[in-house]
Design a binder for this molecule. Structure first.
Ligand SMILES: Cc1ncc(COP(=O)(O)O)c(C=O)c1O
Length: 399
């Protein structure tokens, strides 16, 4: 490591808020599924900025759109429309169950909006004042605002932040009996990730999601899917609810939607939007034309480049390769996931595998502490998957 890089990292470590612990790498540029650091080392990116860079890095179409948009108009506030905003909302509504969209800048904000939407509907539209409880899953992850960490069913995210938001409760994921027992008439909504991402890449069962839909219907509660990680092509359908065949009343998106530009969305049915009136909620930056132009290009490119087909094919290839590695290395005890959201359980060695893989020029991270998570860009090709598997094999040999 040269002195200039050492100094830069030292300054970063002095200035950065202490909740992060970045690796000793400074990235300078990217192209497709490759990233290049300040010393010219190249890395195969199976992390994609944690499932964000859906079109990879520096995708020509996204780059050109952003350059043109930046030169034309960046922001006007929610007091005016831009065509870019309307075009994005149109695409989201045309391609999903939703009728209207609230635009924001992140996953946690999209969830926050959804929580406020269901609560306000129950109290102000349905007149059910006591129906305030939001039921979520153990080992879920919904973001870092106070309401989102409260919904997050993992105590480690709550540590030191009491008092948490009132009116949340948890049930074990994929446990239909427990869900039935937990349901009562005070529940405003049930929130679930169709595939738990941060919790360890664990897909919901169709049986569980179907039971959730049914219970919500029977108890006048709303079904909310947090598709921040699973949405926008990640699981081989545009949205995971389409893959599972269970339609929610509200879904939240972020991560891959902007392809790297901060962008979140809360998509819901016309009925549910009756819960909000003018002034019920807002975001200064939400719906700005820069982010919206990115979102529209991401959705158009998924369609034009037939990326859903690619996700399915590359998913089969990646999982077959990981299954072979699981046969070869006892370290891997399970391979699971959906589309290009794939996990390989590795026990306590998972973090070490991530570190060694990085030294081999392969970027991954862990989910749930014990699982390697593979979330490469949706544009990844066959050779790149093979190359990633080859580098992972070398890392596993070393560990
Ligand atoms: C399912 C899910 N919901 C919400 C979030 C929070 O999104 P953000 O970090 O954009 O606020 C994440 C982030 O990992 C997520 O995976």
């Amino acid at each position: 490591m040269n002195q200039q890089l050492k100094d830069l990292l030292a300054r970063g470590n002095q200035l950065n808020s202490p909740n992060y612990a970045p690796a000793d790498i400074v990235f300078e540029r990217g192209e497709g599924v490759w990233l290049t650091d300040s010393e010219g080392n190249r890395y195969l990116d199976f992390l994609a900025g944690i499932a964000v860079c859906s079109l990879g890095h520096a995708h020509p179409r996204l780059t050109e759109t952003l350059q043109q948009q930046a030169g034309r108009l960046l922001h006007v506030s929610n007091m005016f429309y831009t065509a870019e905003q309307i075009e994005l909302m149109q695409r989201l509504v045309d391609q999903s169950f939703g009728d209207r969209v609230f635009l924001c800048n992140s996953g946690t904000e999209a969830n926050e909006a959804a929580f406020k939407l269901v609560r306000r509907y129950q109290s102000r539209v349905a007149g059910r004042e006591s129906k305030t409880k939001i039921l979520s899953m153990k080992s879920s992850f919904h973001g870092r605002t106070l309401a989102s960490i409260t919904a997050t069913g993992q105590p480690k995210y709550h540590d030191g932040f009491a008092p948490l938001a009132p009116g949340f409760d948890y049930v074990p994921f994929n446990d239909v009996d427990a869900l039935e027992q937990a349901f009562d008439d005070n529940i405003a909504a049930l929130v679930v990730e169709p595939v738990q991402g941060e919790g360890g890449v664990r897909p919901a069962t169709e049986e569980f999601l179907t039971a959730a839909r049914d219970l919500c219907d029977r108890h006048d509660a709303f079904l909310m899917f947090d598709e921040v990680q699973t949405g926008v092509g990640r699981v081989g359908e545009l949205f995971a609810y389409q893959k599972f065949g269970v339609t929610p009343d509200v879904m939240t998106l972020a991560k891959g939607l902007g392809g790297g530009v901060p962008l979140g969305a809360t998509v819901a049915t016309e009925e549910l939007w009756k819960g909000w009136k003018r002034g019920s909620h807002a975001s200064t930056f939400g719906g700005n034309p820069l982010a919206c132009s990115a979102g529209a290009v991401v959705l158009d490119t998924i369609e034009d480049e037939q990326l859903l087909d690619n996700v399915r094919a590359r998913s089969r290839q990646l999982r077959a390769g990981l299954d072979e590695l699981a046969d070869e290395f006892d370290l891997i005890s399970d391979v699971r996931g959906a589309g290009l959201l794939v996990g390989a359980e590795c026990g306590e060695k998972a973090s070490e595998v991530v570190r060694v893989a990085r030294d081999q020029g392969l970027l991954l991270n862990t989910a749930g502490g014990d699982t390697l998570r593979f979330v490469p860009p949706l544009i990844i090709d066959e050779d790149e998957i093979n190359e990633g598997l080859r580098r992972l094999r070398m890392a596993l040999q070393q560990v």
